[in-house]
Design a protein around this ligand. Structure first.
Ligand SMILES: [Zn+2]
Length: 455
């Protein structure tokens, strides 16, 4: 039996009452939380690892509900371009020519950044090379809900991505059988639908049947741009969300990502069917627009936060996304009281767990739950002083303040050193591998300024 005793810090539980303990403790036994608040020393074994917090903060590990791990090496290949260039000239050619080994390296590099920004669980947005991604997650020690981007209508897609409805579904079932529940239960597999532009009604309906039969969820980009809404209206007679409702696929196991172009009626449909939402503020501002997140929260919809992929955000940093979430909706609605710090923290923790159907085990620090937690050291010029630990986290913290991270009771970062992966060895391979993929994909990245090669 292994015990870890975290002693004498701010403990933000994010439990049902959102309790906070000052000078409090957490006792971890194997992979779960055994005690929280005041720990009875008689429960602590003589060989327990003791960590003196000295006023640092312990909180649930952050949950990032939409990450394209295969795009990590594509950071910077699509800056300052319009959406169609972004998709068809940069990201699709790039991602569709990657090998499984490159997907593995990309997911390792992404895991480094996720861990450093306090993430212990993420949901894959749908890279094709799921086997490579799964191996990376297994080694990184984090928790993930994987899915494979699925499309069966070929318009605009690169050749390697063209596949039949049957094949799309069969491959996902194989991945489910292979990976669901692996890595000590840290891996789960969902079913994916990339976007309604490239998904037939048959694929959408059969995906819902499969997800329900296996008791898992569906991960889908929904209502991203006005062109999508117009396209669906023209082709299928209704807007995206109305059409999904008509097909009978809206439900509590659907995670709808972005949801920027939504009518009041569509927000009501989400509420009615308990559809979950992943809000990606940086990516949305970059290429999509402003999602109506306060309106959704006010109607009782569960909304979480995510970074999206590196080519549309460039920083896969949940702490930056929390700050953006708090700021942009105050600005958009001209209401400074919207999305207060504690609500933003809920979105990044407990709401994320609900969005992934995993709230029975993660998302908050409670006795019996999994030990997925991070330790924040506020001692830096950008953070001190701390008057309110929750406000400090949302408005002042940087990812460099995340000092340690534990997932499933195992340290994955300790005192700012990642212990599960060889960070240097991964970083050594990033630049050359990324350049090779860009060349193979035939992507031109002209500099808008003169560059003189000196040597
Ligand atoms: Zn995405």
């Amino acid at each position: 039996m292994r015990q870890v005793w975290l002693k004498n810090g701010w403990i933000l539980t994010m439990d049902g009452e959102r309790r906070v303990f000052q000078n409090g403790d957490v006792l971890i036994e194997n992979d779960r939380i055994k005690a929280i608040g005041a720990v009875d020393p008689s429960e602590v074994r003589a060989d327990a690892e003791v960590v003196e917090l000295n006023g640092k903060t312990v909180m649930p590990g952050l949950i990032n509900t939409h990450v394209h791990t295969m795009q990590q090496l594509g950071r910077g290949i699509a800056d300052d371009v319009d959406l169609l260039t972004w998709l068809y000239k940069r990201v699709f050619p790039y991602e569709s020519c990657m090998t499984e080994e490159e997907a593995y390296l990309s997911a390792l590099a992404c895991s480094l950044e996720l861990i450093r920004s306090g993430v212990t669980t993420f949901a894959e947005a749908g890279g094709k090379e799921v086997n490579g991604i799964a191996r990376a997650v297994q080694e990184a020690g984090i928790r993930a809900v994987l899915c494979r981007a699925t499309m069966d209508m070929p318009e605009g897609l690169p050749e390697p991505w063209r596949e039949s409805t049957e094949h799309s579904l069969a491959v996902q079932e194989e991945l489910f059988e292979r990976w669901h529940g692996q890595a000590d239960g840290r891996l789960r597999v969902w079913f994916g639908l990339r976007t309604i532009f490239n998904c037939s009604d048959e694929l959408i309906v059969r995906t819902k049947e499969l997800a329900d039969r296996h008791g898992v969820g569906i991960h889908m980009h929904v209502a991203e741009i006005p062109e999508e809404i117009r396209f669906v209206e023209e082709q299928r007679g209704r807007t995206t969300v109305e059409h999904l409702a008509h097909l009978g696929v809206l439900g509590p196991n659907m995670l709808a990502v972005h949801t920027v172009w939504m009518t009041d009626r569509e927000i009501d449909l989400f509420r009615l069917h308990d559809v979950k939402v992943s809000h990606n503020p940086a990516a949305a501002m970059r290429v999509l627009g402003f999602a109506r997140i306060p309106e959704m929260l006010e109607r009782g919809i569960t909304v979480s936060i995510a970074t999206d992929g590196a080519p549309c955000n460039n920083r896969m940093d949940m702490i930056d996304e929390m700050l953006l979430t708090a700021l942009i909706h105050k600005g958009r609605t001209l209401t400074p009281t919207k999305l207060p710090a504690v609500q933003v923290l809920e979105m990044a923790t407990v709401n994320g767990a609900h969005c992934l159907g995993w709230a029975d085990e993660i998302g908050s620090l409670e006795v019996g739950k999994k030990a997925d937690l991070i330790i924040i050291n506020p001692r830096s010029a950008g953070v001190l002083p701390v008057h309110d630990p929750v406000s400090t986290l949302v408005y002042a913290m940087h990812s460099s303040n995340v000092e340690s991270s534990m997932c499933n009771g195992q340290w994955i970062m300790k005192d700012c050193r990642i212990v599960t992966l060889d960070e240097d060895a991964i970083l050594d391979r990033v630049q050359d591998t990324a350049r090779a993929i860009v060349q193979r994909a035939g992507i031109e990245l002209p500099h808008p300024y003169p560059v003189t090669k000196v040597r």
